[in-house]
Design a protein around this ligand. Structure first.
Ligand code: SF4
Length: 377
């Protein structure tokens, strides 16, 4: 069946932005997921000057500036380049798909930099193919999409694990970058890429196995923390993963920032939680139980406004449950299953229980103004 939405198969970057309902979306990939205070302040200023002042956090720890125009894009790139946030060309930008744990220490940052340099020798990889450097005390990004993972084993040593397999190959900080590239090469040479697309877990599921012995067990994964104080600083969540340039300007005064893949920002070294508009500071906030995409009018494919409905329904979501509201069946905000998913269609909202936005609905075409979650969970 042909999907009723467009699958891009590539991710927007800064040099190759993506058109959306409110203009171009320009995605910036901070090195190691970290923005210094000066970079964060500069990004905020650039978002206000060249875009519509709205900034999203992506599920891969990047920041996206919205509402950029074809006319304002060149000057935006100049400003971001002056901040050290722009790759030399589109190929380098696309290839540098490395997610780093927000709780990185200096050794992890060095490993990320070495891997970024080694990517010059990588074969052409699908746009969504990504590396995950999850070398904090225990894996914390296991539930975050990725294809080649660097983690700690149960005895604290480094391992390289292809996504989709439970164990990995022992490596060292010196050998890890080259071995990660070798694993990427194995993936392409054994048929992991079709029509420019492909993911490691799907390749593994088709029965492919690397020749390297995968003898090391990763340490048990941890659940990412919610908003609050952590040993590394203050974690603050953003409503629907979006903030204004003003909020980013104020966050930049508080410390260097780590952009997490959990729609949260870590303010490094902060010992108090800042109270700013649009920030979620409590893990129990009902808005944290709802995933909601941009919707109309910000997304060209959206069939309804999404976030006002999400705000209205959030207090009805029971604790520990997850509601996903999607502007179309693509399900960008939450590709996996949720307890309850509402998908906008041309006729109203479809309801899917315990599935993804692309699964068969149990009810169809509900009127948004009348949706009540009582009895649906
Ligand atoms: S899921 Fe939402 S953001 Fe993604 S394409 Fe559909 S409407 Fe747009």
């Amino acid at each position: 069946m042909t999907p009723a939405f467009t699958v891009q198969g590539w991710c927007p970057g800064a040099l190759r932005p993506m058109a959306s309902g409110d203009g171009l979306v320009v995605r910036v990939r901070p090195t190691g997921g970290r923005l210094t205070r000066a970079q964060a302040a500069g990004v905020a200023q650039a978002a206000a000057r060249h875009g519509n002042g709205l900034i999203d956090l992506s599920a891969r720890g990047n920041v996206q500036l919205r509402g950029v125009t074809a006319d304002s894009h060149p000057a935006l790139i100049d400003d971001l380049r002056a901040l050290g946030l722009i790759d030399p060309d589109i190929l380098s930008e696309t290839r540098r798909n490395i997610l780093v744990t927000p709780f990185a220490d200096a050794a992890t940052d060095a490993l990320a930099a070495a891997l970024a340099a080694a990517l010059a020798d990588a074969p052409p990889l699908p746009g969504k193919f990504g590396f995950v450097i999850d070398t904090g005390p225990a894996p914390i990004l296991t539930a975050t999409a990725g294809d080649i993972r660097l983690e700690r084993s149960t005895d604290g040593t480094l391992i390289l694990r292809p996504d989709g397999l439970p164990t990995g190959a022992p490596v060292t900080t010196e050998t890890a970058p080259a071995q990660a590239i070798a694993l990427a090469r194995w993936f392409t040479e054994t048929g992991g890429v079709t029509d420019g697309r492909g993911r490691m877990a799907a390749h593994i599921a088709r029965g492919h196995r690397p020749d390297t012995p995968l003898t090391a067990q990763p340490a048990p994964p941890q659940t990412p923390p919610g908003p609050g104080l952590v040993p590394q600083g203050a974690l603050v969540a953003l409503e629907f993963g979006q903030m204004t340039a003003d909020t980013l300007t104020q966050l930049a005064t508080l410390g260097d920032l780590r952009i997490t893949p959990w729609r949260m920002v870590l303010i490094e070294g902060a010992t108090t939680l800042p109270t700013l508009p649009g920030l979620i500071l409590s893990p129990d906030d009902p808005l944290r139980r709802v995933e909601a995409c941009t919707g109309a009018p910000g997304c060209l494919q959206a069939l309804a406004k999404i976030r006002p409905l999400a705000r209205r329904l959030a207090p009805q979501v029971p604790e520990g449950r997850r509601l996903h509201i999607s502007g179309c069946a693509k399900g960008c905000a939450h590709p996996g299953p949720a307890d309850l998913t509402l998908v906008a269609t041309a006729d109203g909202f479809d309801v899917i229980r315990h599935g993804t936005a692309q699964d068969a609905p149990s009810a169809r075409a509900l009127d948004a103004t009348r949706i009540d979650l009582k009895g649906l969970f």
